[in-house]
Design a protein around this ligand. Structure first.
Ligand code: SF4
Length: 195
C-alpha cells in the first residue's frame, strides 16, 4: 500500500523524468539481479525514470545529468576508480549498493595478501593453472590492479548505503521511491536487518 501511494505522489511531482544510472565495479552482478528482481515494479520504474548509463540497457556513456547512481562492487583496478569518479561527476545522489561497494566484499579477501603473490597464484602457481610461459598478463588494454580492493567511499563521496549481499529488491525499490520523492532515506528495520 505504501508503495502505491509513493508512486502516485511521485507522478504528481514529475517535471520530466529523472534519470538513473547503474554500474558494476568489482562485483558479481548479483546486486544488479536484485534490481531486476523488483519484478513488475520495473514497469512502474521505467514510467517514472529514464535509465541512463547502465549494463541494464548497455548505454556506455552518460547522456545527461542523473538524479541517482547505483554502484555495485568496490574498486579493484584503475578502471573501477575511473568509472566511479565518472559516476560521482554525473550523479546528484550516489548510492553504494551491497557489501562489495560498502566494504569491498568477497574481492577484498585478497587485501591481506601482497598483490604480487595474488597474481602469481592466479596466473602461475595455482593448482589448475597451465601457463608454460610463466608470464603474468600485462597487455596495456588490461586495467592495472590496485594494491588492494577499496570500498567506494574511500574513493569518492557516497551519499547512501544499501547493505546486503545483495540488498533485497524491496530494499532497492523503497530506497529509489523515497529518493525520487525527495524524501530522506529512512528505511524500516525489516529492510536493512540481516539477523
Ligand atoms: S554484494 Fe553480493 S551480490 Fe552484490 S556484487 Fe557483492 S557479492 Fe555480488
Amino acid at each position: 500500500m505504501i508503495r502505491n501511494r509513493s508512486v502516485r505522489i511521485l507522478r504528481g511531482k514529475k517535471m520530466g523524468k529523472p534519470k538513473i544510472a547503474t554500474a558494476s565495479l568489482a562485483g558479481c552482478f548479483g546486486c544488479h539481479m536484485s534490481i531486476l528482481d523488483i519484478d513488475d515494479r520495473i514497469l512502474k520504474l521505467v514510467e517514472l525514470v529514464d535509465f541512463d548509463k547502465s549494463p541494464v540497457n548497455d548505454i556506455k556513456k552518460f547522456t545527461g545529468r542523473c538524479l541517482v547512481g547505483l554502484i555495485e562492487g568496490g574498486c579493484a583496478n584503475e578502471e573501477n576508480v575511473h568509472v566511479l569518479k565518472y559516476f560521482r561527476e554525473n550523479c546528484d545522489i550516489l548510492i553504494s549498493v551491497g557489501d562489495c561497494a560498502i566494504n569491498g566484499g568477497v574481492p577484498a579477501m585478497r587485501n591481506g595478501i601482497p598483490l604480487k603473490e595474488c597474481l602469481e597464484e592466479a596466473y602461475i602457481n595455482g593448482p589448475t593453472v597451465y601457463n608454460p610461459s610463466k608470464q603474468i598478463p600485462n597487455d596495456k588494454e588490461i586495467p592495472l590492479c590496485l594494491d588492494k580492493v577499496y570500498p567506494c567511499h574511500h574513493v569518492v563521496k557516497i551519499d547512501y548505503y544499501l547493505p546486503g549481499c545483495p540488498p533485497s529488491a524491496d530494499t532497492i525499490w523503497e530506497a529509489l521511491v523515497a529518493l525520487l520523492n525527495g524524501k530522506p532515506l529512512d528505511l524500516p528495520y525489516e529492510l536493512i536487518k540481516y539477523d
